[in-house]
Ligand binder design. Sequence first.
Ligand code: FMN
Length: 177
Amino acid sequence: MPVLVAYATKYGATRGIAEHVAHELTTAGRPAVALPAATVHDVSTYSAVIIGSAVFVGKWHRDARHFVRRHGEQLRQRPVWLFSSGPLGEATHDKDGKDLVETSRPLDLAKHVEATGARGTTVFFGALDAARLDAPGRLMMRVPAAREVMVEGDFRDWATIGEWAQGVAAQLADDPA
Ligand SMILES: Cc1cc2nc3c(=O)[nH]c(=O)nc-3n(C[C@H](O)[C@H](O)[C@H](O)COP(=O)(O)O)c2cc1C
């Protein structure tokens, strides 16, 4: 059975990450498909599930939260990993020296780990195109504190994403396909 990479995105960055994860898994010998979380109605035909979500104001995108709620029971019966796409900019640490991958963990992550029985979680840097922001997003960009962390550009690190996907494939090697 293939691996599902279910993603929740608003502006498309998380879709790109999900597709890269699926490609890396497939290359590593675990065929995988990336699909929008909102379009998946049954996870029982997948050997494992990776859920990836964009983070907005500290929380997972609605489509990912609903996916976990809809499929919690089935998810707990198969290997699950979670990733979030959030932090922006070239800096890897904040002004207090803390690792942004750690500090950018969504506030609701523990809840999703518990609901899915996830074996692992990670945070990837995301992307932001200010020209495409909706009205609330544009408003946020006017708040100085928010503007500091909402750096425009594409900060997705394909090598880090690929390594993580290969690590998942290695962990899946002991599980039935
Ligand atoms: C209004 C707004 C709020 C955001 N809030 C957060 C946040 O709380 N934490 C974080 O790490 N990233 C935050 N981001 C950055 C997004 O998560 C990042 O741009 C992500 O890659 C977008 O994914 P998408 O293109 O798949 O929608 C925010 C971006 C916007 C536009």
